[in-house]
Design a protein around this ligand. Structure first.
Ligand code: NAD
Length: 355
């Protein structure tokens, strides 16, 4: 089981260290190698995703990723910005399926901004297509508008596009995931306005014929954004395109209280995957030892489940996390009256102890 460890920037370094403690505490043998990525790699090599890091990632069964980015890189040319490393890894490894579970732990019901009765027991899975859509579609760029009311003015444009195979494979992933859960998929689109998403809806409907045991509903993205805060427990598996998924998965993450609790997995067709917390590098708290490492620890559990075939070990980690929450241990982002505040390393140590 070969793991490429890419801690990245900011709190990435601190939280990945805790996930490694947890992995090492399991009675399993891993081959782990660490490499720089993002701003850290740019400082060392002049590129956020150096060839050596990319090769390590390609050869690994799984990548454990921290986070990248810092405001100090905002003025760099786009190709050198830390975030390009993630886009590069997704593209080179074909990581087209992004899984983001949003689970509200019973112990953290009070940390959500929604009423407890709306989110207690929440367990939804957002399946986001990750390598297509307007984020990657060509052509894109800036030019002088040749028509319309503002002909002759400067304009910018991107292209939203999906091919049939791209939609089919993500739809299969969502229906198969739903079979292991409560057998319901909500496909989110904007078919009323966008040609791309009318096509999305048509293809998802066709793929659904292979899964008669799974219920399929279609929902416009604006309604989905509203329903997620109105009655989130009505959802089970949500499948959508790259841009809508980007936005809805962040919205869903806040239902659960803190972005510091949410893991994610991005998989290719060979189940090779990149596992990372849903949050970024949090430059505002980096180096202070207060970041919540649980999203990264739970990402390591997803890695064991999806890429390394170690379901039992994955469940052990998830139970250990529940256990420390039940003990009342909380990093500042999830702290509330009556619980005990701990730092990043103490939280990691507590999970190891609970294992
Ligand atoms: P962020 O997710 O880094 O932080 C948002 C807020 O959540 C901050 O207040 C932060 O302190 C808090 N937070 C995040 N993770 C936390 C944790 N584990 N524990 C406690 N609090 C936590 O988003 P941002 O501030 O918009 O972006 C900061 C940098 O991260 C930017 O450079 C951005 O481009 C980058 N980013 C990277 C990724 C990634 O690596 N996948 C994702 C999102 C943003």
């Amino acid at each position: 089981m070969k793991i490429a460890v890419l801690p990245g920037d900011g709190i990435g370094v601190e939280i990945v260290a805790e996930a490694l403690k947890v992995l090492r505490a399991l009675d399993l043998k891993f081959e782990m190698e660490t490499a720089p990525v993002g701003g850290a790699a740019y400082e060392q090599t002049g590129h956020p995703l150096p060839e050596s890091t990319l090769n390590l990632a390609k050869q690994a069964d799984a990548i454990l990723f921290g986070a990248v980015g810092d405001w100090k890189y905002d003025s760099l040319e786009r190709q050198f910005r830390p975030e390009q490393a993630i886009l590069g890894l997704r593209k080179h490894l074909g990581l087209f399926a992004n899984f983001r579970p949003a689970i509200c732990y019973e112990q953290l019901v009070g940390a959500s901004s929604l009423k407890p009765e709306l989110i207690a027991g929440l367990d939804i899975l957002i399946v986001r297509e990750l390598t297509g859509d307007i984020y990657f579609g060509q052509p894109r760029g800036r030019r002088i508008a040749s028509d319309g009311a503002f002909a002759g003015a400067e304009e910018a444009f991107d292209t939203m596009r999906y091919t049939r195979p791209e939609i089919e494979r993500i739809a299969h992933v969502a229906f198969q995931a739903a079979r292991k859960r409560s057998k319901k998929v909500t496909s989110v689109d904007k078919a009323n306005v966008l040609e791309t998403f009318q096509f999305w809806k048509d293809v998802v409907t066709q793929v659904h014929q292979d899964y008669p045991d799974v219920e399929l509903e279609h929902m416009y993205v604006d309604n989905a954004a509203m329903q997620l805060v109105r009655a989130p427990k009505k959802f089970d598996v949500v499948v959508t395109g790259n841009m809508f998924g980007d936005i809805l998965s962040d919205e869903a993450s806040m239902l659960t209280g803190s972005i510091g609790m949410l893991p994610s997995a991005s998989l290719n067709s060979k189940n090779q995957g990149l596992y990372e917390p849903s949050h970024g590098s949090a430059p505002d708290i980096a180096g202070k030892g207060v970041a919540n490492p649980l999203a990264t620890i739970l990402s390591a559990a997803m890695m064991l489940r999806f890429s390394l075939n170690q379901e039992e070990a994955a469940q052990r980690i998830e139970r250990a996390v529940q256990n420390v929450l039940s003990q009342g241990l909380r990093t500042p982002d999830i702290w509330s009256e009556g619980t005990k505040q701990v730092g990043t390393a103490q939280m990691g140590d507590a999970v190891v102890k609970a294992l």
